[in-house]
Design a protein around this ligand. Structure first.
Ligand code: PLP
Length: 625
């Protein structure tokens, strides 16, 4: 509704001349004359002043500048301030084109944008208050740790803001898509907020800060960081590089290099399955040179389902999309089953790239504690985090990496899976959950029947839960460098399955396009030839036994020397929980032991060292802890 112009406005404004600033550009660099040393906060569009008056009353130690172009409306705000005898607010009754005309660099501590005009027509986008250039101007006048807090009921404007904040290279400090469902005692309701939430609209809020300082000088930096924190080097490859250098200097026997997550034999050579190598050599030009369909060849799709499901028949609607490695399946799941600004849920012990894959697409990562105090799967924390996230987002991607979890080596039990199912069974039907089972190490955890026993549990979940299996050929077929995997959905309806194939193919097209044909043909050929398939199984069993023997050796010694490890069953890695993992790894490197520091511990790749080194390691690690 259009606001009626208040009669005798000029006359009424005279009564507030002491708190009105008509020429804000003259105050540029001198706001402190009014603020008297108090930190300065701005609200752009203060309306009738409910927010600013309550903020000013709650924080008398702060100083507020309220801006509002509608002078009739602002009169109400000034009346509120006067009635409440508040003295730490001034008003600017003007349209702000650029805050930088009114405020000097780093003069402001915080900016509030409450229920700004969504300006829905596309060609108005540059005038929206969260357009990237405006965001940049806000951060010009904000101090180093200054923040912009943006609140709206309008979903379109909120998603637009998500995209603009990335373009402006800003960091999300806090985000919620349903503010009122969360316990936010800091929230002060505005007039619009009360009105829209009363109509059932969800209130969204995001707090933005500057991206962390870059390691490179600005002048030497060309990249668009888009809010991401990109380290100068990859931890794993850097540590492995240092180990190799030490081997050159001091010889092989002086070094234990347990950094890289690939299976090496006892001589340190990459394990390549001979059944796979042999099949690669049979490939004709048309079997490797031609593009494969984006979703994968039909033969591959059938074969990979046999590989993934093992002895289990599934009742769900299955669709398959080929991806370049399990990484591609993770990427496609996040891009299609969550929104920018959402958080993806996984366990606290997880493969580090989950965070960068999510961050690359403007999603965050939340974790639940994987283990409780007794070392059991922490279902209670899982449930708490699922419900917490679903209060403020409509979609949720959950990633569970099991069996032989990286980095712990934990296998979720069937009981754990039933617990997960029970939690998901309770999710409201208007929320949508994609449950990504990242089974990257499944074939190194035990026999097919046992490692795949979770499949009947996730087969045919409720229709708002979509299980997706990320099945990678990197480890299982020693095809790491060939980039081959599949994402397989177990949908409750043919529509959801068909949509899965469509959206994932679309995402693939928009990122890597087709996946390589050669490894798909190799897998298809192995599954078409019973002898070859048996040969592959026997080889893999041998490799698995070698790996399990290493893990057992590490465990036994750890127990003997009293080294605490995170629950381990099988797989490529063992993890030792500790404080200051970077320092621990640096000390170990001086002793010729190269491990990977991760959040909350250090990771040992038992896949890359022989059994005798697995036996030696626990005592050495214990000695530096
Ligand atoms: N998931 C986990 C837990 C991993 O450790 C890895 C690789 O190390 C992957 C997924 C993806 O591997 P790739 O893309 O080679 O299949």
């Amino acid at each position: 509704m259009r606001q009626r112009k208040v009669k005798n406005l000029d006359y009424k404004y005279e009564a507030y001349s002491d708190i009105l600033v008509w020429e804000p550009e003259e105050k540029r660099g001198h706001w402190n004359d009014l603020a008297k040393g108090k930190p300065i906060y701005i609200e752009i569009g203060c309306g009738k002043g409910k927010f600013i008056s309550e903020m000013a009353a709650r924080y008398p130690e702060h100083f507020f500048v309220a801006i509002e172009a509608n002078q009739s409306v602002m009169l109400r705000a000034m009346e509120k301030i006067r009635e409440a005898e508040i003295t730490n607010v001034v008003f600017v009754p003007l349209v702000v084109e650029s805050l930088a005309d009114w405020f000097d660099d780093a003069e402001v501590d915080g900016i509030f944008l409450n229920f700004s005009d969504p300006l829905p027509k596309n060609y108005w986008y540059k005038r929206r208050l969260t357009y990237r250039e405006r965001l940049n101007t806000y951060f010009k006048v904000l101090k180093e740790d200054g923040t912009v807090t943006f609140k709206t009921d309008n979903t379109g404007l909120f998603e637009f803001t998500m995209q603009e904040l990335q373009a402006a290279d800003l960091r999300i400090l806090e985000i919620t898509r349903d503010l009122h469902a969360e316990n936010c005692p800091d929230n002060i309701e505005t007039e619009y907020e009360a009105k829209f939430s009363g109509q059932g609209e969800k209130i969204k809020r995001v707090v933005l800060g500057r991206a962390k300082e870059r390691a490179m000088a600005q002048i030497k930096s060309m990249a668009a960081f888009n809010g991401r924190e990109i380290p100068l080097e990859d931890k794993v490859f850097a540590a492995s590089g240092r180990a190799k250098k030490m081997i050159e200097e001091k010889g092989k026997d002086a070094v234990i290099n347990a950094t890289i997550g690939t299976l090496l034999d006892d001589k340190g050579e990459l394990v390549v399955m001979s059944s796979v190598e042999k099949t690669i050599k049979t490939l004709t030009a048309s079997e490797y040179a031609a593009y494969a369909p984006i979703a994968g060849t039909e033969g591959f799709k059938k074969a990979i389902c046999r590989a993934a499901f093992g002895p289990y028949e599934v009742n769900s609607y299955v669709e398959v999309v080929a991806t370049p490695g399990g990484t591609g399946a993770i990427r496609n799941t996040i891009s299609n089953y969550s929104c920018p600004g959402d958080k993806v849920l996984t366990h606290n012990w997880h493969w580090a790239p989950y965070k960068s894959i999510a961050g690359e697409m403007g999603r965050g990562l939340e974790h639940f504690q994987m283990f409780d105090e007794e070392g059991k799967f922490n279902l209670a924390d899982f449930e708490y985090k699922v419900n917490k996230l679903l209060r403020s987002q409509e979609h949720l991607v959950i990633i569970l990496n099991t069996p032989a979890n990286n980095p712990t080596g934990y296998n979720m039990s069937v009981e754990d899976w039933y617990g997960v199912k029970a939690v998901l069974d309770k999710v409201d039907m208007d929320k949508k959950v994609a449950l990504l089972c990242d089974v990257a190490y499944i074939d190194f955890a035990g026999e097919d029947e046992e490692t795949r026993a979770f499949i009947p549990v996730i087969d045919k979940l409720r229709s708002n839960i979509l299980p997706i299996i990320a099945y990678s050929a990197s480890k299982t077929f020693s095809l790491y460098g060939f980039r081959c995997a599949a994402m397989i959905c177990l949908a409750d309806s043919p529509e959801v399955a068909e949509e899965f194939a469509r959206v994932c193919v679309y995402s693939s097209r928009a990122s890597w396009s087709n996946s390589p044909r050669a490894p798909q043909t190799v897998i298809e050929k192995i599954f078409a030839d019973p002898e070859l398939l048996e040969e592959a199984r026997v080889e893999r069993r041998g490799d698995r036994e070698m790996l399990l023997a290493r893990g057992r050796a590490f465990n036994e010694e750890a127990e003997k020397v009293g080294l605490n490890i995170v629950p381990f069953n099988a797989g490529f890695f063992v993890t030792i929980p500790c404080d200051k993992p970077d320092e621990v790894c640096a000390k170990l490197e001086k002793k010729g032991v190269f491990l990977i520091p991760i959040t909350g511990g250090v990771r040992v790749s038992v896949a890359s060292i022989p059994e005798d080194q697995c036996r030696k390691l626990p005592a050495i690690i214990k000695s530096v802890l």
